[in-house]
Design a protein around this ligand. Structure first.
Ligand code: NAD
Ligand code: WQD
Length: 341
């Protein structure tokens, strides 16, 4: 059974391709290589022994997208990862984000209707919840959607609405939106992992790059939050747990186990860790003393959020299994392997 993975050479996409192949799915990747490298295909092949089919074009281009689906009539499902994801850049260049993230989704939905591709898994984000009120922590799928903090976050909210409306309008379409919390870590082989271009925005790559000596000092944003140690709390989830959830979602769709035609699931562990907890875990597993300093809060940051994964655990039969130390260790192993090549 063939699955199209858009953004499949990217961070989450590449790990998901490996899991799909392990489960016997044929994978075709479309990625314009805006934020990933073609060599990822070699790494996937090294891990699984199978080189996925690959095409490189911009899914925000309607005629190229239509042409792709016209040429591939054997696709049974799509996992749509392709999007720009830098929150800060989206504030500076909002139209770039709305165009890329929404045009690509709309082109895919139109093609799904025209070429009768029934199943879509969409990458959403916990960013849709903003800072949940105290009574909504841990945050479940039914918590209120807050006004987005950034154009990037808004593209995820609007995308979920576009999918919902398209499912209602086009007969035979099903979709699952997966709201990721904070994906971190790498494949156990250390052949694929997160590859931020330039200075990382996210915590884990900043930690491993500082540990490796590429960055001088990690700035911990905010030491005065109302948390156990004053630093902000997130629900970090191992990339391989996240990848497996996508396979479960695809199987649920193709095996016609969905309870309604548009379902939404949180992908988190249910446990929140502070920035200092992550640093301590990194120091423990790596044996490296991290150079860090606590500075002021980062504008737009949320103080604490973690998932209520009950619905996904019960409905999908999926549960995140890997602990924080496995996340920091795999991220560290990937950093070392990547830098030594
Ligand atoms: P990534 O940047 O590593 O991968 C995205 C891939 O999509 C890249 O390889 C990029 O080249 C490709 N791409 C982007 N626009 C494209 C287009 N128009 N046509 C073809 N290819 C295109 O990002 P990631 O971390 O793997 O994220 C995957 C998805 O998950 C994104 O939709 C992102 O918004 C979402 N998400 C990520 C996180 C996270 O923390 N990484 C959290 C929540 C949600
Ligand atoms: C985690 C914690 C920072 C860097 C972002 C997006 C969100 C989602 C996941 C896509 C925070 C602190 C970080 C640093 C630090 N992505 N930090 N020093 O902000 O939770 O979420 O990625 O959908 O939409 O906003 O992730 O990794 O940037 O930060 O102290 O150099 O680490 O303040 O508390 P965040 P993050």
């Amino acid at each position: 059974m063939k699955i199209l993975v858009t953004g499949g050479t990217g961070y989450i996409g590449s790990h998901t391709v490996v899991e799909l192949q392990k489960k016997g799915f044929d994978v075709i990747i479309v990625d314009a290589l805006f934020n990933s490298r073609i060599e990822v295909l070699d790494s996937i092949e090294k891990i699984t022994g199978i080189r996925p089919e690959f095409e490189s074009f911009d899914l925000a281009n309607q005629s190229l997208t239509d042409d792709f689906f016209a040429r591939h009539n054997d696709i049974k499902g799509i996992i749509h990862f392709a999007a720009h994801k830098a929150v800060g850049e989206s504030v500076e260049q909002p139209i770039k984000y709305y165009r890329n993230n929404l045009d690509s989704l709309m082109n895919i939905l139109e093609a799904m209707d025209k070429y009768k591709v029934p199943n879509l898994v969409f990458s959403s984000s916990c960013t849709v919840y903003g800072q949940p009120d105290a009574e909504h922590l841990p945050v479940s799928e039914t918590a209120p959607i807050k006004k987005a903090e950034s154009p990037y976050g808004n593209t995820k909210q609007i995308a979920e609405e576009i999918i919902f409306e398209s499912i209602n309008a086009y007969k035979g379409l099903n979709a699952i939106a997966l709201r990721y919390f904070n994906p971190v870590g790498a494949h156990d082989s250390a052949l694929i992992g997160e590859l931020p271009l330039g200075v990382p925005n996210n915590l884990m790559p900043y930690i491993t790059q500082t540990g490796y000596g590429i960055r001088e000092c990690l700035k911990v944003f905010g030491g005065d939050y109302p948390t156990h140690d004053g630093t902000a709390i997130r629900d970090y989830i191992h990339i391989m747990d996240l990848a497996k959830a996508h396979v479960v979602a695809v199987e649920r769709m193709v095996n016609e186990k969905m309870k309604k035609s548009f379902e939404i699931f949180n992908l988190g562990t249910g446990t929140g860790y502070s920035v200092l907890d992550v640093i301590k875990s990194f120091e423990k597993v790596s044996g490296v003393k991290l150079n860090y300093e606590i500075v002021g809060r980062r504008a737009g940051d949320i103080e604490k959020v973690w998932a209520d994964p009950t619905f996904s655990n019960n409905e999908l039969g999926w549960k995140a299994e890997r602990h924080l130390d496995e996340m920091t260790l795999s991220a560290w192993n990937w950093e070392k392997a990547y830098r030594s090549n």
